[in-house]
Write a protein that binds this ligand. Structure first.
Ligand SMILES: [Zn+2]
Length: 271
């Protein structure tokens, strides 16, 4: 039985923010929302807010809702402007993962069927399925991971795919083109300062702090996600230090929340 997808697509006026680049997808990435909202609410929140974070589908216990066109990229895997996750993968969010329970179970079940259907439509195998964690190390899909069930979920998708008569592994066609070249968006450069920046009294502030904050935000380590302008305010306060700490932790640096030469070098290498 084919799963019907309800569409509630982002307005074209927001393409620049949510899905600026054309995309020929090669992967499907699975997420947990870490929320208790329905698919309809996840999608309308995503398409309506001013954050760049975006994804293609939300699946709950009752339905699948699409928020972005599949021929455009989404910002959902934290692997940067030209990351393969962000530029070549379709993002599927499974709802109700925060509290879990029957609603989550049903959402996951529907997502498994839906992902199998996407694979079948594209002639892809299970080898095209990724978890968010594979792209940037983020602990997502958190519920599947914490319950130690990633392999089980993959196996369930594969079994479903087989029952649809799909292939179990993809042929190596149309994966030749490299991701980065066709970008219509220019790479932004950041004038990252060379000094040491940390939380102290009085607070360090100014344009150089703004550069650090913007660089962090570009890599999805927002100083204060949800705040106005994502907390980019030119003040090196505790939230910025925290963002630096998370960045350091994720990239094998000592996580002290102090911006110095090593953090600068790592940021520059990734931007
Ligand atoms: Zn995720």
């Amino acid at each position: 039985m084919t799963i019907t997808v309800k569409k509630n697509l982002v307005s074209e006026a927001k393409y620049d923010l949510k899905c600026p680049n054309p995309m020929t997808a090669e992967y499907i990435t699975i997420h947990n929302t870490a929320n208790d909202a329905s698919a309809a609410n996840e999608i309308s929140y995503m398409t309506g807010n001013t954050s760049s974070t975006s994804f293609h589908f939300a699946v709950d216990d009752k339905e699948v809702i699409q928020g972005l066109p599949l021929n455009r990229n989404a910002w959902h895997t934290g692997d940067g402007t030209n990351g393969t996750g962000n530029r070549k993968s379709i993002g599927v969010e499974i709802c109700y993962s925060k509290s879990g329970g029957a609603k989550y179970k049903a959402a996951e079940k529907l997502a498994i069927k839906f992902v199998a259907q996407l694979l079948k439509e594209r002639g892809w195998g299970i080898d095209r399925v990724r978890k968010h964690q594979d792209w940037n190390g983020k602990y997502c899909p958190h519920r599947i991971l914490s319950e130690g069930r990633w392999n089980e979920v993959k196996a369930a998708i594969e079994a479903e795919l087989k029952s649809l008569g799909g292939k179990t592994s993809s042929s190596k066609t149309n994966t030749t083109k490299k991701t980065t070249t066709s970008s219509s968006k220019k790479k932004t450069s950041y004038a990252l300062p060379s000094g040491i920046y940390k939380v102290k009294s009085p607070m360090m502030k100014g344009a150089s702090v703004t550069q650090i904050q913007k660089a962090l935000a570009a890599l999805y380590f927002y100083p204060d996600k949800g705040a106005k302008n994502n907390g980019i305010d030119g003040v090196y306060g505790p939230k910025t230090a925290n963002a630096v700490k998370r960045f350091q932790l994720m990239h094998g640096l000592s996580a002290d929340g102090i911006y110095g030469p090593k953090t600068k070098a790592k940021l520059e290498a990734l931007l």
